[in-house]
Design a protein around this ligand. Structure first.
Ligand SMILES: C[S@@+](CC[C@H](N)C(=O)[O-])C[C@H]1O[C@@H](n2cnc3c(N)ncnc32)[C@H](O)[C@@H]1O
Length: 492
């Protein structure tokens, strides 16, 4: 199969293209071996020239190499590298699985010899695509401990330098502007920045979220140390004044949140996101659906590429014809604000979403109502607790399922799915199709792929029929970085 990189196409054209690909791969070339492609000489040379840490380089270039390591390459070259990386990862998966099947001398013959890896889908937007950025606070190149930016070096090597990200290609100007203003504000503040929690200081990271309309949400993280609420209130007011009446007013913030926390990261329940100014949410539009986003909720970081991702996911969940209603149940595992489940809801009888972060679940429920979608329910909690309880009760014949079977779409964080989630899905015979969306398929997700496809193992209570990988589509969600999303279809 030719692995040419397609050029950027509008979503509709892409849909037709993908449908063609998927039909071909299901019915004509479903056992094509993964093709190993050698990058052109030019790319190999450039890769060798990219040094990890070079004293002669400017701090800006060092940061760009750390955060956006492919920035020196053309976009076609970037796509080529990512395609190759994904193919190598899938080759490892294929080979691990084949070894396991051979080692266990499994009588079950599972066709894992190869499956189609389709050409990577480019991001419709290449630069300034991030809708969310988190800027750290630490010592800058000049030693100023109130520098807002991104890290060069590591804590382990004790050589962290914070460099501002004004030149980074993936960052929109609005994010950079808020970071610059926040730096000015903390430099004016009598409070210290917090570099190491146990050494004191208060001002920590700032997260900036924007939507297509240009609405901007800033979330400032603050270590309270030993300050009492009345003291903290003075600094919160100074922050509001700076961003509403002071020099920071140029950012035109739509909302300003503040979280007091002595933990690296904590959710709204552990320490509330305090709305200091403006609106409590921003809204984003995706495939003609509207989504409310809370400060604590996950949303795909590149909205235009998320449309591509969700379109591919839809085609994979319902290859019979995504435009038609196919009935049945769609499980949206790790659903965030419900974005995938809601966009796919017209095709099914019901969507059941499961999500850990309570604010995201509230958003998901609100978003279903906002879009007049009545067939989605969203459950709050750990998927590993909820799914073993609900999945055995779902079946094609269940009342309300519409007889269309059960499809699962899983999109976990980097930690992958808990073993109990995989076991619940695998041991429910009515789950015939599973679409796995991963931003790190070479990590924990690989363990999940193996657990889904290995021969039945009564010791591990994996008794259900094994899944077979059918087709994989890489989608470039993060231009200029090494990362991309991988959508993998498993069937049985
Ligand atoms: C990569 S995001 C995907 C979100 C969503 N599918 C989307 O496209 O917007 C992963 C989500 O998994 C959630 N999550 C992490 N661990 C979880 C767990 N144990 N159970 C359920 N959800 C979890 C995170 O809060 C996050 O919202």
């Amino acid at each position: 199969m030719a692995l040419t990189v397609p050029c950027m196409k509008p979503v509709k054209t892409f849909q037709r293209q993908l449908q063609g690909f998927l039909w071909k791969s299901f019915f004509c070339i479903s056992t094509v071996d993964i093709v190993k492609v050698k990058p052109p000489k030019k790319i190999r040379r450039k890769k060798q020239n990219m040094k990890a840490f070079d004293e002669s380089m400017s701090w800006e270039d060092r940061l760009a190499d750390a955060v956006t390591p492919l920035w020196r390459l053309s976009y076609d070259e970037q796509l080529h590298i990512k395609q190759q990386n994904q193919e190598n990862i899938l080759k490892q998966f294929s080979s691990k699985l084949s070894h396991l099947i051979l080692a266990q001398q499994s009588p079950v013959v599972n066709d894992t010899s190869g499956f189609s890896v389709l050409p990577i889908m480019p991001s419709p937007v290449r630069d300034c695509y991030r809708n969310k950025s988190t800027f750290s606070v630490n010592k800058g190149v000049d030693g100023n401990p109130k520098t807002v930016g991104f890290y060069v070096g590591t804590g382990r090597d004790r050589n962290i330098i914070c460099v501002n990200g004004d030149h980074l290609l993936n960052m929109p100007e609005k994010h950079k502007q808020v970071a610059r203003c926040y730096q000015e504000f903390i430099r004016l503040s009598p409070l210290d920045s917090c570099l190491l929690f146990h050494k004191g200081g208060h001002w920590r990271e700032v997260t900036v979220r924007t939507n297509a309309k240009g609405h901007t949400m800033a979330i400032v993280y603050f270590h309270p140390q030993t300050l009492v609420p009345e003291e903290i209130a003075i600094h919160k007011q100074a922050l509001v004044d700076y961003f509403t009446k002071g020099p920071g007013a140029i950012c035109e913030l739509y909302s300003l949140f503040f979280q007091e926390t002595s933990m690296t990261r904590c959710d709204h329940e552990e320490s509330p996101y305090q709305l200091l100014y403006g609106q409590a949410h921003i809204h984003e539009e995706l495939l003609s659906f509207k989504f409310r986003i809370s400060p604590d909720a996950f949303f795909q970081v590149n909205t235009a590429a998320a449309e591509v991702l969700f379109t591919v996911a839809r085609e994979m969940c319902f290859p019979e014809g995504a435009a038609d209603r196919v009935g049945g149940t769609l499980l949206d595992v790790c659903c965030g604000t419900g974005a995938i489940g809601i966009t796919l809801s017209p095709a099914v009888e019901q969507v059941v979403g499961v999500e850990l972060v309570p604010q995201a679940v509230e958003d998901a429920r609100h978003n279903a109502a906002l879009n007049g979608v009545l067939n989605c329910q969203f459950l709050a909690g750990k998927a590993e607790v909820i799914l073993p309880r609900i999945v055995p009760q779902l079946s094609s014949s269940e009342e309300g399922s519409g007889g269309g079977g059960v499809a699962a779409l899983v999109n976990p964080a980097r930690a992958g799915l808990h073993y109990r989630v995989v076991r619940a899905l695998r041991n429910q015979p009515d789950v015939r199709r599973l679409v796995y969306v991963s931003c790190k398929p070479d990590g924990e997700a690989m363990r999940n792929f193996i657990e889904l496809c290995c021969p039945p193992d009564p010791q591990k209570k994996l008794t259900g029929e094994a899944f077979t990988p059918r087709v994989a589509v890489p989608i470039d969600m993060f231009p200029h970085t090494q990362h991309c999303e991988l959508v993998l279809l498993f069937e049985r």
